[in-house]
Design a protein around this ligand. Structure first.
Ligand code: KG4
Ligand code: ZN
Length: 390
């Protein structure tokens, strides 16, 4: 329903979200930015674990093969015909050029074919809005926010002030983070702290000078001989490791910014030292020299250092922005259990929604619409492989 051009509001607004920015082909139908009616994700992990990383051309081809079946399944799972879809949303930035092209060309074609408004969404914005989604409406709205450990989505029993602790329970709106908020966005390509005074308003207050934290997990996994993607593999190995075994440095970076490339190199040097080889020994040779115990200890020590760095910066950000009412964590690395345990006051997406998916794209588009953002021209929509959130 369109009301006088500015605010396009519709109860039971169903948005088809399409995401192909990296190596997941995903589509989902979400109602009113919150309720997931379907969420289909086809991952290319099986292809890329043989190579230890994503090959952009292969990723694009793989998206092409499964894109339409994924969209079709998203509609079928949601029990929706095209008539019932109110809008299409797609990731147009940032990401791999070929991957973004497949998703946006698909969305543009479908928008023209079915005469639907089209919304182009920034990938980091989508990750943030995964925190507004209910993975399962019934279960999620009845979760106890005062419990000390959230089972999936974050609890709001926290150190941010009594107002959060006293939130009413079991209402649909209750699970939504309150503004102003700080969002820590941590993925394979980004590490940023965002200040959000309200919906669809983003100010970057901290960013990485080099590697993203997810990239660092992936690179450390390679050094340790753990499979791709590195984040989950390091987290698993860390479970049986001693996080105090190896002392790794915290980078000296200004204010709320990050740097993770030094940490990766510190792990490399510590491993070389531990196994008794010179620093000229290539990293791919190290895994054969490490015992399973050493791998677990390095994984645990590295994970603890990375988590501590993220938590320290968030603490600094909280001090600098005392007006904030909630903390939100988003992006693939937000699946990390050690980080979740270290930030019990923060909102985290359901683990299933931490990585790339179409539902978060639909949720972000819904709040863009609520903020008065106009649809984009499907004949002119462009992709931006490297563009900031604001
Ligand atoms: O958001 P995402 O799925 O894709 C990008 O937008 O980059 O994030 C992927 C990143 C990878 O670096 C992956 O290793 C990391 O998220 N990751 C994790 C965990 N699960 C995924 N890092 C640490 N712990 C995890 N459990
Ligand atoms: Zn992502």
């Amino acid at each position: 329903m369109v009301i006088s051009g500015v605010l396009w509001y519709n109860f039971n607004m169903k948005i088809l979200g399409i995401e192909t920015s990296c190596d997941e082909t995903a589509a989902a139908v979400v109602e009113d930015g919150v309720k997931i009616l379907s969420n289909v994700v086809v991952s290319q992990i099986d292809i890329f674990k043989e190579y230890g990383g994503v090959i952009p051309e292969v990723a694009a081809r793989s998206h092409l093969e499964v894109m339409m079946p994924v969209v079709h399944k998203a509609l079928t799972d949601a029990g929706c015909s095209w008539d019932e879809i109110d809008a299409i949303a797609v990731t147009h930035a940032p990401g791999l050029l070929g991957s973004l092209l497949i998703g946006t060309l698909t969305a543009r074609t479908l928008a023209i074919l079915h005469d639907k408004p089209l919304y182009a969404v920034h990938h980091l914005k989508s990750h943030v809005y995964a925190n507004w989604l209910l993975a399962d409406v019934q279960n999620s709205v009845s979760r106890d926010r005062t419990s000390s450990r959230p089972s999936s989505r974050g609890s709001a029993s926290c150190a941010l002030g009594s107002s959060l602790r006293e939130l009413p329970r079991n209402t649909l709106s209750e699970h939504r983070p309150a503004f102003p908020l700080l969002a820590l966005v941590i993925s394979g390509g980004h590490t940023q702290i965002l200040y959000m005074p309200g919906h669809n308003q983003f100010e970057i207050i901290g960013t990485t000078h080099d590697d993203a934290v997810g990239e660092c997990f992936d690179k450390v996994a390679k050094i340790l001989g753990l499979p791709y993607p590195g984040g989950p593999a390091v987290a698993k190995a860390a479970l049986s490791g001693d996080a105090k075994k190896y002392k790794l440095p915290h980078p000296k970076v200004n204010a709320l910014d990050f740097s993770f490339s030094g940490l990766k190199t510190a792990v490399l040097r510590a491993v070389q030292k531990e196994v008794g080889v010179p620093i000229s020994c290539p990293s791919h040779k190290l895994k054969e020299l490490l015992t399973p115990k050493q791998v677990a200890d390095f994984a645990a020590s590295f994970q603890k250092t990375a988590v501590d760095i993220l938590v320290e910066k968030l603490e600094m950000a909280k001090e600098q922005y005392p007006d904030i009412k909630s903390l939100v964590v988003a992006g693939g690395v937000s699946a990390n259990k050690a980080l979740r345990d270290s930030l019990p006051e923060a909102y985290f997406p359901d683990v299933k929604l931490s990585g790339d998916n179409g539902a978060m794209v639909a949720a972000a588009a819904y709040y863009e619409i609520q903020s008065g953002v106009k649809p984009t021209d499907p004949y002119a929509l462009n992709i931006y492989p490297r563009i900031s959130i604001n």
